[in-house]
Design a protein around this ligand. Structure first.
Ligand SMILES: [Zn+2]
Length: 317
């Protein structure tokens, strides 16, 4: 019997705001848990991704001071440790945290301080947002250069199609900034086509790829890695049930993929629980979980030495 909690896990797709502890929000707001829970956890099934994105309003409103940004990041690190995660890439959009006067630099430095205090190795990814102006997203590119951080594009894929961001990604490629991109989550396959045309090596979700033979081939040729978040996909109605999730199909076909929670609080899930569900639904065993963690390490935003260290921990299980 595999112990999911103690198995050393790597998580590549994890949003800071969507993973803030309920108890911390209760304390900061002086409100009861049942009230805060309703505002921070998405229902088992939302009407759409647009609906799901609303639960981020409350944590974002609280993450407007250095103190809270550092605390919540450090606490996330503690939760990851508890969950048996040995390395995580945490993403967030710095420009969503300047409502009370912090500069974007102060925001990033507060989160980096939280990372330095966390008991687990974590790296940061900066999210550009689909609803932002070109100038705002260009500012995030500048910040990524300044702090040597990788990038992501997040937000509502249905309202703001991936194809509209080609000039942004030409810039990113020109500066050789590593990136991942949310695509093919709820949107149509054109979104993935666009992400592939930006030379993305990592795609957040990407599950719509199974609906196109041509895209499956392209993903194979470009050796694209899919950061899969099964529970999140069911909540946003991108997939109707765990049994019907394309992760098993993609895995069987040999694609590189990782398993992630996306948002621990919003989806009320740990990575151990996600592994357990996969094991029950698709009969994945320890060897399967080792394989997906090696896949994750191969594409992690780390140097070769750091990757070898993580692989050695998993090999030793
Ligand atoms: Zn995400």
């Amino acid at each position: 019997m595999m112990m999911y909690q103690t198995f050393p896990k790597v998580e590549l797709h994890l949003h800071l705001d969507g993973s803030m502890r309920i108890q911390t929000a209760c304390e900061l707001l002086q409100l009861k848990e049942e009230i805060v829970k309703k505002k921070m956890e998405a229902p088992i099934s939302c009407d759409s991704l647009t609906d799901y994105l609303q639960v981020f309003d409350l944590p974002i409103s609280l993450l407007q001071t250095k103190e809270n940004l550092t605390r919540v990041t450090k606490e996330l690190g503690e939760d990851l440790k508890q969950d048996g995660v040995i390395y995580a890439e945490v993403r967030f959009c710095p420009l969503l945290h300047i409502q009370k006067g912090l500069t974007p630099q102060e925001v990033i430095e507060a989160v980096l301080e939280g990372i330095s205090k966390a008991p687990v190795k974590m790296n940061l990814i900066l999210c550009m947002m689909r609803h932002f102006s070109l100038e705002q997203n260009q500012m995030i590119i500048k910040l990524a250069q300044q702090y040597h951080l990788p990038l992501d594009l997040a937000g509502d894929e249905a309202k703001y199609p991936t194809e509209h961001f080609s000039s942004l990604f030409s810039e990113i490629n020109q500066y050789h900034i590593p990136f991942t991109i949310h695509a093919g989550e709820s949107g149509n396959i054109d979104s993935l086509q666009a992400a592939f045309s930006f030379q993305a090596k990592r795609i957040g979700h990407g599950i719509q790829v199974v609906n196109s033979e041509a895209l499956l081939q392209e993903a194979d040729q470009q050796k694209v890695h899919f950061e899969i978040c099964p529970t999140s996909n069911i909540q946003t109605k991108a997939v109707s049930s765990y049994e019907k999730h394309p992760i098993a199909q993609l895995y069987k076909m040999g694609y590189s993929l990782s398993v992630n929670t996306d948002n621990r609080t919003v989806s009320h899930i740990t990575l151990s629980e996600e592994y357990e569900k996969l094991a029950h639904t698709f009969h994945w065993n320890q060897e399967d979980f080792k394989k997906i963690n090696f896949n994750a390490i191969d594409v992690a935003f780390l140097n070769e030495e750091e990757k070898e260290k993580l692989k050695a921990i998993i090999k030793a299980v």
